[in-house]
Write a protein that binds this ligand. Structure first.
Ligand code: IMP
Ligand code: MG
Length: 188
């Protein structure tokens, strides 16, 4: 039996939990009204689950929705095309929306979702991302709330995967073998 790959911790559980409380306070400071949280599946599910509970502690009672987007990744490289695999069900017209995603890299996923919700008449679409990879942006979008700046490595854990593995990790880390053989891995 081969031993499981080692994952080096980049952002640990305690730091993420602390940052989520700060992010929730930043969201409160933006004075959201009739807030609808839209979590971008799949990668953001854990971040969104923690962030909305932090929002609750910070005194906000949002409604929560999901959108499943695919950015057609081949291996660990994004192709740049975004499609909707599952859409939100709620009406967004005249509402403040908080879009929650795991990583802002090229910015295409977040920009696509933001444009879509604005086109449907949202009053404001604010974006919260756990991680931002600087210098990788292909489209211009500024996240309103950013958990951490992430080095230019492929990360997993805390909802993020390689071929559906590692999502369960309570921290964000780097799989040791990924830097060596990136083409071996598919997934979203
Ligand atoms: P963007 O559209 O290029 O900004 O890419 C954002 C999406 O790509 C995120 O929602 C993630 O699903 C995925 N992604 C980008 N970098 C990573 C990574 O390092 N690990 C896991 N997923 C990633
Ligand atoms: Mg994603």
């Amino acid at each position: 039996m081969t031993s499981p790959p080692r994952v080096r911790v980049l952002f640990d559980e305690t730091s993420i939990a602390r940052r989520n409380e700060e992010l929730a306070r930043e969201v409160v400071a933006s004075n959201p009204e009739n807030l609808l949280v839209v979590a971008v599946l799949k990668g953001s599910f854990m971040f969104a689950a923690d962030l909305i509970r932090a929002l609750h502690r910070a005194g906000i009672s949002p409604q929560v929705e999901f959108i499943h987007l695919s950015s057609y990744r081949s291996g660990i490289v994004s192709s740049g095309q975004v499609t909707i695999l599952r859409d939100v069900e709620s009406e967004v017209r005249d509402r403040d929306v908080l879009l929650v995603d795991d990583i802002l890299e090229s910015g295409r996923t977040a920009a696509f979702a933001k444009d879509l919700l604005m086109a449907r008449g949202a009053k404001r679409v604010l974006t919260a991302v756990l991680l931002e990879k600087p210098g990788k942006q292909a489209v211009s979008i500024q996240a309103d709330f950013v958990g951490f700046t992430c080095p230019d490595v492929f990360v997993v854990g805390y909802g993020m995967d390689v071929a559906h593995s590692f999502r369960q990790l309570p921290f964000v880390g780097v799989v040791d073998y990924l830097d060596k053989e990136p083409d071996l891995f598919g997934g979203t």
